[in-house]
Write a protein that binds this ligand. Structure first.
Ligand code: NAI
Length: 434
């Protein structure tokens, strides 16, 4: 245990700016605001000490303040060294929450920040709930602080990569608490991963490079939910997009959407921009770097930085690296320049501000419902990975309709009987894929 530091942010004086943006975001986050109304008065999370590890953005600030309004105590770190918005962190610190996050920390500081969130307040009470994005907090608790496990009711996990780690633990029989997979709520992965990246990918490339998008050729590696949004983002900006895939179903989907589907080795020589979105490792490697055009841009929108072989690049050509500006670096490989964004870390949070509030409201309403479920009902769960029930998934969507002027049809009893559902839903069977 380390000595108590109440919070650590880059610049506390940014708090008022952060607060003004948080207020704007609240208006775009109807799901979270509805949960405040529904569960705030009863303080449904009273007694919960939630340690969160998730990009410390303005949107996350609205999540944190929702959890607090529901009665929880909260500590926070960011799950990426570049993703913190310093004004958001400052506003959260100013409101009295223990947040440890700043943009541009190093790996050691990253671990230190997570570690600070495990113990609450002067009396160092340990966490009793985990809210994670990518699994770094979960791994820290399970691997380094196993003595804390018994006191923790459960964990909720935000992203594909973190969820993958949890299922591995479950299969190996080493998952020591119930876990809710937030990512695979339909209203998370089919919205945040897809429509979020559709807004935030090109935003990031533009903020980083100001390059003209229209007319360029981009390769998107991986056509899952993030790849679909990323490919759309580029296409919508006039970019000719080539997709790479290993999965024949996703490859066929990409082709039917009108994208070329090629091997990276084939497409790389044409690429002005390469984006990895696989959640896998070693996608862009030495042979690809060597084949790139002069001034090609390489970036990653998956969770971890191992999609691009940065170790090789830094080892072989680190001596040519020139920082154009923070999170934008130029390397020179045999006379050709390559521009690498956010050091290969997720580009939309490193070079831009992540996804817009409205789509994050869907994700974070799922997060909050998952925390409520685990806090109030954890004894009903085994040490397994669960997704939220469909009626809650539908509830999350429902909470976001009015804001964007959506009208819903309502079934009459006869129609409901005919398609075999109840008038109030759920409207689809579990096996339906949206
Ligand atoms: P997904 O599983 O839906 O998609 C990944 C796709 O990559 C799959 O279709 C898979 O077949 C393909 N793939 C795997 N290895 C490949 C290879 N060697 N070459 C080409 N394709 C390959 O996962 P999802 O939800 O799209 O997430 C991808 C990553 O993005 C994860 O790390 C996830 O955590 C992260 N993520 C990032 C977000 C952001 O805002 N930056 C938002 C949501 C998720």
């Amino acid at each position: 245990e380390t000595s108590y530091v109440k919070f650590k942010v880059k610049d506390f004086s940014l708090a008022q700016w952060g607060r003004k943006e948080i207020e704007l975001a609240e208006a775009e986050m109807p799901g979270l605001m509805a949960l405040r109304k529904e569960y705030g008065p009863v303080k449904i999370l009273k007694g919960a000490r939630i340690a969160g590890c998730l990009h410390m953005t303005i949107q996350t600030a609205v999540l944190i303040e929702t959890l607090i309004e529901l009665g929880a105590e909260v500590t926070w770190s960011s799950c990426n060294i570049f993703s913190t918005q310093d004004h958001a962190a400052a506003a959260i610190a100013a409101a009295g929450t223990s947040v440890y996050a700043w943009k541009g920390m190093n790996a050691e500081e990253f671990d230190w920040c997570i570690e600070q969130t495990l113990f609450f307040g002067e009396d160092r009470k340990p966490l009793n709930m985990i809210l994670d994005d990518g699994g770094d907090l979960t791994n820290m608790v399970l691997d380094k602080y196993p003595e804390l496990i018994a006191g923790i009711k459960g964990l909720s996990e935000e992203t594909t990569t973190g969820v993958h780690r949890l299922y591995e633990r479950m299969k190996a029989g080493t998952l020591p608490m119930p876990a809710i997979n937030v990512n695979d709520s339909v209203t998370k992965s089919k919205f945040d991963n897809k429509y979020g990246c559709r807004e935030s990918l090109v935003d990031a490339i533009r903020r980083a490079t100001d390059v003209m998008m229209a007319g360029k050729v981009a390769v998107v590696c991986g056509y899952g939910d993030v790849g679909k949004g990323s490919a759309d983002s580029l296409r919508n900006s006039g970019v000719r997009v080539i997709v790479t895939e290993i999965d024949p179903i996703c490859a066929l989907q990409a082709a039917m959407e009108g994208f070329e589907v090629k091997k990276l080795g084939t497409a790389i020589t044409e690429a002005d921009i390469v984006v990895t979105a696989t959640g896998n490792k070693n996608i862009v490697r030495e042979e690809h770097f060597r084949a790139l055009k002069d001034k090609a841009i390489v970036c990653n929108i998956g969770h971890f930085d191992n999609e691009i072989d940065m170790a090789w690049l830094n080892g072989a050509y680190g001596n040519t690296k020139i920082e154009i500006k923070p999170q934008v670096d130029k390397y020179t490989i045999n006379g050709k320049d390559v521009i690498v964004l956010a050091e290969g870390r997720l580009v939309n949070l490193g070079c831009a501000t992540g996804h817009p509030s409205f789509v994050m409201s869907n994700s974070f309403t799922n997060q909050t419902l998952a925390q409520i479920e685990l806090w109030t009902n954890s004894e009903q769960y085994e040490n397994q990975v669960y997704t939220l029930p469909k009626h809650l998934d539908e509830k999350v969507a429902r909470l976001h309709l009015a804001k964007i002027g959506v009208e819903l049809e309502v079934l009459d009893q006869d129609q409901a009987d005919y398609i075999g559902v109840t008038v109030d839903g759920p409207f689809k069977p579990e096996y339906y894929r949206y």
